[in-house]
Write a protein of this length. Structure first.
Length: 162
């Protein structure tokens, strides 16, 4: 397995460009990964490898799986609190996520001009950057809606921007 520098070369070694291979020449090796016959990245960024431990000719299928958790960039917001079964005829990669229900006894509140409605894939940092503030300011102003973990915002939440 080899590591490649991506679009953001600031996290790569000095002088590296997109596509540079900073990993060792033979790549990263482990006895658990022997003869890969297929690779798939799931929506959460996990890489699944079909690992064929036997010497089949032609090399097809596999007799085991290797999962590299979080090795790729997620393409869907993690599902919380529970995953939902995608529709069989879904034409999109990420399952639809429902908006959180208001607390018992509360009606959903109307949007105000300084509100932001969280969408799938949003992060506090990205929302803050788009609106000229910091993630920590947004977190402090919205602790009542977000809770104790600034990394757990949910699609459908209303955040106050100022």
């Amino acid at each position: 397995m080899s590591l490649l520098c991506g679009e953001n070369t600031a996290v790569c070694p000095p002088g590296a460009t997109t596509g540079t291979v900073p990993s060792p020449t033979p790549g990263f090796r482990h006895k658990a990964i022997q003869h890969l016959t297929a690779v798939q990245v799931d929506p959460s960024g996990n890489v699944w490898l079909a690992n064929n431990w036997s010497k089949l000719l032609p090399p097809t299928g596999g007799v085991g799986l290797v999962q590299l958790i979080g090795a790729a960039t997620p393409v869907c917001t993690p599902l919380t609190p529970l995953p939902v079964r995608p529709a069989a005829a879904a034409n999109h990669l990420c399952p639809q996520q429902t908006t959180p229900d208001p607390a018992p006894g509360q009606a959903p509140r109307a949007m105000r001009p300084d509100d932001y409605l969280v969408r799938p894939g949003d992060t506090l940092s990205a929302i803050a950057a788009a609106h000229g503030t910091t993630w920590s300011h947004l977190f402090r102003a919205n602790t009542h809606a977000i809770g104790a973990d600034p990394d757990r915002i949910l699609p459908g939440q209303h955040l106050t921007l100022h």
